[in-house]
Design a protein around this ligand. Structure first.
Ligand code: SF4
Length: 199
């Protein structure tokens, strides 16, 4: 059975493999018991890409949106959100099997406004906020942080993300030949690669 399900995707065993865009979305969704449209698309398709089934996705989103204090009932959830989740799995409407967004697609969408968390954090977060996220990912060395910030200043967001991947997987990569030179151009590539290195 898959280890990707509604209960597991909020545990560090799984989230430690998330790129920052997915961490940022899921963390804020969990905190607010809500997520606006573009963020739901971006995170929902990422989760589909890591192998979350439609039934587990419905369970996950329903729980998050109706949990303590959100004020949303299951009835309202089913009425307003269920269709869209099934739709993104190709089970409604035109039955398009939507693909998870790659970094280029994410960067081509309108930037997140207030209360929105989609997009690429390397582009969209303030330097301070990005640094505290890097710290949380275990990057605390100032010169390492500076190299990431330099990529960001050059607007090379996927280069920054690739660098973060390499900095946070140093040991695993040292144990594997051919581990270098992979450019992160897709959040699901980041996730899959990270899981692969753990095996
Ligand atoms: Fe996500 Fe791509 Fe940005 Fe990395 S570069 S945080 S994978 S959008």
């Amino acid at each position: 059975a898959s280890d990707i399900h509604a209960g597991s995707i909020t545990t560090t065993a799984i989230t430690k493999h998330y790129p920052l865009c997915a961490t940022h979305l899921q963390r804020n969704m969990s905190h607010n018991s809500h997520l606006k449209y573009t963020g739901r698309q971006q995170l929902g398709l990422f989760l589909k890409g890591i192998g979350l089934s439609v039934d587990e996705a419905l369970k996950f989103w329903a729980y998050q949106f109706t949990k303590n204090g959100s004020g949303m009932t299951m009835e309202k959830f089913n009425k307003e959100y269920k269709y869209n989740i099934r739709h993104s799995y190709g089970l409604e409407g035109g039955r398009t099997n939507y693909k998870p967004w790659d970094c280029a697609t994410i960067l081509s969408k309108p930037k997140p406004g207030k209360g929105e968390y989609h997009g690429c954090p390397y582009r969209d977060l303030s330097a301070d906020s990005l640094v505290s996220n890097l710290n949380e990912m275990g990057i605390s060395d100032q010169s390492e942080i500076n190299t990431v910030l330099e990529d960001v200043n050059r607007r090379e967001y996927t280069v920054a993300c690739t660098r973060v991947f390499e900095l946070t997987h140093k040991e695993q990569m040292a144990n594997q030949k051919n581990a270098e030179g992979l450019h992160i151009s897709h959040p699901n590539l980041y996730f899959d690669r990270s899981r692969q290195l753990e095996r």
